[in-house]
Ligand binder design. Structure first.
Ligand code: HEM
Length: 426
């Protein structure tokens, strides 16, 4: 569709509206059934978007729900651009001016430059240096659970574990962590209700969210300046001081990278852990299979968990030129939304896609994004954390299980759980 041309309204006949938050408020299995219907239609289906105040939107998008289409769009970054934004709704241009542009919303060569610098945080060597610390954090979180007794898995286990890992990785001083946690909570509250900006409560949350981003940027800028003046053995020091090629992050770039880590790295792994507990409770046979040979099976189990859960539900791309995808002639300027959860249940690629099978192999899921320049930078960190925490949980809390239904986050982006009651044999 050229700019300004009326798009085909081909979602109309389906009775499915993935733009409406009511869709995301429905139980996950109902949403997946609708995505299966969209997949069966073959060619990508167009969805119109309403105009909302303060946000650039209204152009609509084609939903990519088949595995092959998500892979093609991820791989061809020159055609499927991450600019102006891979997130929806697109942030207004002033936001990027004030807070900087996160790498997830950039194309090469700017994206490649940033990725080269921050990649240092995620090399196997760097991950090995924090592995003992991640183990110690997991142990401390469970010491606390044993002291307080079981209650809510998100508040007691998943959230504190994940945030402590990110803070440890960045080298955030211990005494500043509660402050960072309070700002992250304020910052992510709005993401739970995105898409309904006309509502005054949402606008209040958005204001709180922006204030939290400003606070975090100030905090990280001060930390970056301190580490530039007196480097230490931590990630912030490594990022603000030059690499062997003379490249380094500016203090502003450090701020937007930190935001990205907090959002991309924090909620994803914490939601995977929480969904994992619920899945192992509902599928005790799969849990027993894992525990019968933890070391051999945990790798495959984690891949199956992220496939099945798809913690990030979507990212967006904008076409730079005309392109035929999955039988649809897309035009320069069109937008596509990559629905990872739908692609991860595509029966063309995954036999019996709705079965949770920890021995599934091969498992070419796209939960960490499709192959391409934006493939999740934190995937190996997430794998390491999940491996350590599940071992700690199953070893220290025998009979660990969810005792009720999860409370799901209302979001079209994070497949989040805000509360999950749990217990274990004491
Ligand atoms: C189960 C856990 C995780 C899932 C499911 C996940 C998912 C994703 C996905 C789907 C993308 C692709 C974005 C795109 O193609 O536009 C992505 C990118 C990214 N993720 Fe993750 N993520 C996880 C954990 C983490 C962690 C722990 C970190 C860091 C601490 C992290 C940092 C990033 C960053 C920085 C990017 C942007 C990469 C780029 O633009 O080059 N992620 N992630």
């Amino acid at each position: 569709m050229a700019q300004g041309t009326a798009p085909p309204a081909d979602a109309a006949g389906t009775g499915i509206d993935v733009v409406d938050m009511a869709f995301w408020n429905r139980p996950p299995h109902e949403r997946l059934a609708d995505f299966a219907r969209l997949r069966e239609r073959g060619a990508p289906v167009y969805f119109a978007e309403p105009r909302v105040p303060f946000v650039r939107s209204g152009k609509g998008f084609y939903a990519l729900v088949r595995h092959a289409d998500v892979v093609t769009a991820s791989r061809n970054a020159k055609v499927f651009s991450s600019e102006p934004a891979a997130t929806s709704p697109e942030p207004p241009p002033w936001l990027a001016k004030v807070f900087g542009t996160p790498m997830i919303n950039m194309d090469d060569p700017e994206h490649a430059r940033l990725r080269r610098i921050v990649f240092r945080a995620f090399t196997p060597k760097m991950l090995a240096t924090i592995e003992d610390e991640v183990r110690a954090i997991a142990a401390r979180v469970l010491d606390r659970v044993e002291k307080d007794g079981p209650g809510d898995f998100v508040a007691q286990v998943a959230a504190p574990f994940q945030l402590a890992v990110i803070c440890a990785m960045m080298g955030i001083p211990e005494k500043a962590r509660p402050y960072v946690l309070s700002r992250v909570d304020a910052m992510t509250e709005y993401s739970g209700v995105r898409g309904s900006l006309a509502n005054p409560r949402t606008l209040r949350l958005l204001a709180g969210n922006l204030k939290a981003i400003v606070d975090l940027h100030r905090f990280v800028a001060r930390l970056g300046e301190a580490r530039r003046a007196a480097p230490r053995e931590d990630l912030v020091s490594a990022l603000v001081n030059a690499n062997p090629d003379g490249e380094r992050l500016s203090v502003a770039e450090l701020g937007s990278f930190f935001d990205l880590l907090l959002v991309a790295g924090n909620e994803t792994t914490r939601n995977t852990l929480t969904h994992g507990l619920k899945l192992f409770t509902d599928h005790p046979g799969q849990r027993d299979l894992l525990l019968a040979d933890y070391d051999a099976r945990i790798g495959g189990t984690i891949e199956e968990l992220v496939r099945y859960v798809s913690p990030i539900m979507q990212f967006r791309r904008t076409l730079t030129r005309d392109f035929e995808l999955g039988g649809r002639a897309l035009k320069a300027g069109d937008k596509v939304v990559l629905f990872y959860g739908a692609a991860n249940r595509d029966p063309e690629v995954f036999p019996d896609p709705d079965t949770f099978d920890v021995t599934r192999s091969p498992n070419p899921h796209v939960a960490f994004g499709g192959p391409g320049p934006h493939l999740c930078l934190g995937a190996n960190l997430a794998r390491m954390e999940l491996k350590i925490m599940f071992r700690e949980l199953f070893t220290r809390l025998p009979g660990l299980r969810a005792t009720g239904d999860p409370t799901y986050l209302l979001s079209n982006f994070d497949n989040g759980i805000t509360r999950l009651p749990f217990t274990y044999d004491r």
